[in-house]
Design a protein around this ligand. Structure first.
Ligand SMILES: [Mg+2]
Length: 106
């Protein structure tokens, strides 16, 4: 089982282009990380709403959580861009190869 067709590198390019187009390409790496951390808090809040709702959790709550997870993904890819990472997709596959061997049963 090996993932493919992720197009993560294309998404990373999109994030870089989108930031420039919106004038969001002015943050330092440190500021970007703080903004990412804020988004992680938003994921926690959205998840907490679903946990509290229990069986009453609805699609609106799941959509909100999905949006916040999407924000986190955008910031993660932006951080990778800003740190000079060029092939996040290749690194993901390489790391998963490492993880596969790390957790394989003898
Ligand atoms: Mg958000």
């Amino acid at each position: 089982m090996k993932p493919n067709n992720m197009e993560l590198n294309r998404l990373m390019e999109y994030v870089e282009e989108m930031k420039k187009a919106r004038g969001f390409d002015v943050t330092t790496l440190e500021q970007e990380f703080l903004l990412f951390s804020e988004e992680v808090g938003e994921v926690a809040n959205a998840l907490w709403q679903i946990i509290k709702a229990g069986e009453e959790a609805d699609d609106q709550m799941r959509e909100t959580l999905g949006f916040e997870i999407a924000d986190c993904l955008i910031y993660l890819l932006s951080l990778a861009n800003m740190a000079g990472i060029k092939d996040i997709e290749g690194l993901l596959l390489k790391k998963e190869e490492i993880n596969t061997h790390r957790f394989e049963t003898p």
